[in-house]
Design a protein around this ligand. Structure first.
Ligand code: ATP
Ligand code: MG
Length: 423
């Protein structure tokens, strides 16, 4: 059973019903007012005034049958006077009857024009619906061809709904904001999938190339065999890292990345990673600068991952022999912070706002073939934001980069204890 009902139809019915009640009420008022006026006039004529204490009644001539005849033979009695009012009542009722009939005709025939008038008032709403559909279909069709979809996004980016109707401004704004958000999320999703497939294509092509080479010459040439196996191992490691990173991002985006909060020493963690890095990487001079002993409540493996991402970058983008410093300290706002600074290639000032974007790599980083995928800092950002923290980046081209991460004061172990005591 189709339960959908026309909104214009329902509004018409309720409007007409309201109109009917108003007319009936007005007709009754006119009737009562006319009768009262007639009575006052009769009293004025016969008694020269209206005296509230006088008895008043309506009576009917004897022997009359039928309502119409009875009304015709009616009398208005006041004091010692009895005035026939049948002709007046007949006249009044006839007039009201005619007005009532005209009203009924107008009422019946106005259903259709009222319905269409209301429907016309809904036109801007329909316009909004049609435009929304148009924008949605133009944008979100063709998801199978991601590159075409991305191309389609930009020219449509400033299309918004506008009917010019003042009353619908709020609705238009809400829909436009929703469309903008959908567009942004669709664009970033499409770009992410496109970039991810692009990044996976390279190691797969390399592995395939070496596998083909091994199939042809590997059995007879030992050096080809060694080169092939090493390359395949490296590429599969890269691919493994990329897939792990993609999985982390996908899980974080879906809110399914679990977080285990525990108390640990941030200072110890920084000095541990710093000494490990100094041991593994003999090309750089590592300085571990632990200013305070800081205990925090956070996900230790996630914070470790963030420090690793920052120190890996420092290592990758700093020429051999230069200094890399890892720090743990409290800032002026009494927030626990850690920092990795290097004396490396630095980042172009126009690139700084983008370094946390997924798959972003500035040109010098690409040309140096450092082997990164451009996901490290976006993962670090997901982790830090999940902990309620923030980044500070200071970088100068050919001088170096300093990236500071600060967590909220509530992450401090003793802050939590104070909170627990208070509650
Ligand atoms: P991945 O970390 O996924 O292996 P990546 O290091 O290229 O790859 P991110 O860690 O996200 O990616 O860094 C993004 C970009 O920011 C880098 O490609 C580089 O251009 C720039 N960048 C980040 N840290 C530094 C740094 N310490 N010095 C110079 N440039 C940096
Ligand atoms: Mg990196």
């Amino acid at each position: 059973m189709n339960k959908s009902r026309s909104m214009a139809g329902r509004l018409t019915a309720s409007l007409q019903l309201e109109r009917l009640f108003i007319w009936i009420f007005c007709d009754m008022l006119i009737f009562l007012f006319s009768v009262a006026s007639w009575c006052v006039c009769a009293e004025m004529i016969h008694m020269g005034g209206v005296y509230p204490s006088v008895d008043r009644t309506f009576s009917c001539a004897e022997g009359l049958t039928g309502v119409w005849n009875k009304l015709g033979g009616a009398y208005y009695e006041f004091g010692q006077y009895s005035v026939p009012c049948g002709a007046f009542l007949h006249g009044l009722l006839t007039a009201i009857g005619i007005v009532g009939m005209v009203q009924t005709l107008i009422w019946t025939f106005s259903f259709v024009p009222v319905y269409f008038k209301i429907k016309k008032n809904f036109d801007p709403l329909n316009e909004i619906a049609v435009t929304t559909n148009l924008i949605a279909s133009a944008k979100y069709k063709g998801f199978d061809d991601i590159e075409t979809a991305i191309d389609k996004l930009d020219p449509m980016s400033d299309i918004h709904i506008s009917t010019g109707n003042r009353d619908l401004k709020n609705l238009e704004n809400s829909i436009n904001m929703l469309l903008d958000r959908m567009r942004d999320s669709y664009a970033s999703q499409a770009r992410f999938v496109s970039d991810a497939s692009h990044e996976l294509r390279t190691p797969i092509a390399v592995i395939k190339g070496y596998a083909d080479m091994l199939a042809r010459w590997g059995k007879s040439d030992e050096s080809v065999l060694d080169e092939g196996i090493t390359a395949i191992q490296n590429e599969s490691e890269n691919m493994n890292k990329l897939i792990e990173q993609l999985l982390f991002i996908a899980r974080s985006d879906n809110g399914r990345q679990p977080m285990t909060i525990s108390e640990f020493s941030l200072s110890d963690l920084i000095s541990e990673i710093c000494s490990q890095a100094a041991m593994i990487d003999k090309d750089h001079e590592y300085v571990c600068d632990i200013k305070d002993s800081i205990d925090i409540n956070a996900d230790v493996s996630m914070i470790k991952e963030t420090i690793r991402i920052l120190s890996d970058n420092a290592k990758k983008y700093t020429p051999s022999g230069n200094k890399i410093t890892l720090r743990a300290m409290m800032n002026e706002e009494n927030e626990p912070c850690f920092e990795v600074s290097d004396t490396g290639i630095g980042i172009d000032s126009e690139d700084v706002p983008h370094i946390f974007d997924r798959f972003f790599r500035s040109d010098p980083a690409r040309t140096r073939e450092t082997g990164g995928t451009g996901l490290g800092l976006s993962i670090a950002k997901l982790i830090v934001e999940r902990h309620g923290g923030y980044f500070k980046v200071v970088s100068y081209k050919d001088i170096g980069t300093r990236i500071t991460v600060c967590l909220p004061r509530s992450a401090l172990a003793d802050e939590k204890e104070k909170k627990d005591e208070n509650s």
